[in-house]
Design a protein around this ligand. Structure first.
Ligand SMILES: Nc1ncnc2c1ncn2[C@@H]1O[C@H](COP(=O)(O)OP(=O)(O)O)[C@@H](O)[C@H]1O
Ligand SMILES: [Mg+2]
Length: 244
């Protein structure tokens, strides 16, 4: 039996009269990449925020590493990390200073070595002394990704990690995440609007629409169930049909 790293049960978030997330339940297993997909406003980011303890659910429970997040957030967060374009880095620091701050926050051992490694991996070594506020959006994303791996997390939450990357760096990022997964048995929850990427990267996917899970499983099985040729077609069918 695979070990569940994240267990979500009946998670609900209401914003005024809008049910952004409606009784959502799922697990993320050890060493698994789980893709969360769905149209804009489906509730993906809200779920990520609840899993990080940044948003409090109205109902439901989140367990990470077998412990309730609400009670054990501080310890859990030390072994988790995330990357999102919506969270900006300290603007007045340089790329390297930024990574140093996070290395300290996460009490990383061998800080210098880890930072050097990440700067190289994400090809931001040449801009290590640049101020964060002078970075292009693709460079910011790469810094965000580097930061998300600084503590060798056991669970990684990535909200649209490749959205602002050029095809070359996006491709490298995908390969890198797959390599890290193979080497370290990390679990990853991530979102993307690139359906080819979803198919290629995800061991399993969860299809979210208006706060509800409408399909779940291996990409190939979901495609089969919807009688479509690929995930892109499944997405278009769901997004355009009234009954969903
Ligand atoms: N802080 C907030 N206050 C009010 N509504 C919000 C807030 N955050 C998200 N929403 C709404 O919740 C729904 C889900 O948003 P979100 O989780 O960002 O979707 P996704 O990431 O799938 O595009 C949207 O309708 C959005 O407008
Ligand atoms: Mg989002």
């Amino acid at each position: 039996m695979l070990e569940p790293i994240v267990e979500v049960e009946g998670l609900t978030k209401v914003f005024k009269s809008l049910k952004a997330v409606n009784k959502v339940s799922f697990s993320i297993y050890s060493g698994e990449i789980l893709g969360l997909l769905g149209p804009n406003g489906a509730g993906k980011t809200t779920i990520m925020h609840m899993l990080l303890g940044l948003t409090t659910p109205n109902e439901g429970e989140v367990k990470i590493f077998g412990r309730p997040l609400a009670k054990h957030r501080k310890e859990i967060i030390q072994e988790a990390n995330f990357s999102s374009n919506y969270v900006s880095m300290p603007n007045s620091l340089t790329v390297k200073e930024c990574l140093k701050v996070f290395a300290r926050l996460y009490q990383v051992k061998n800080k210098e070595q880890k930072i050097t490694e990440l700067l190289k991996i994400f090809e931001i070594d040449d801009i290590r002394n640049k101020l964060v506020r002078h970075l292009s959006s693709g460079q910011q994303t790469r810094l965000n990704l580097a930061k998300s791996l600084i503590n060798d997390p056991k669970i990684l939450f990535l909200d649209e990690p490749t959205a602002s990357l050029d095809p070359d760096i996006a491709d490298k990022t995908r390969r890198l995440l797959q390599l890290i997964k193979k080497k370290s048995n990390i679990s990853i929850l991530y979102t993307s609007h690139n359906m080819k990427e979803m198919e290629e990267m995800s061991d399993r996917i969860i299809f979210l629409h208006k706060g509800n899970i409408i399909a779940e499983g291996r990409p190939a099985d979901v495609i089969k169930r919807f009688k479509r040729k690929d995930l892109e077609e499944v997405f278009l069918k769901v997004a355009r049909e009234e009954r969903y």
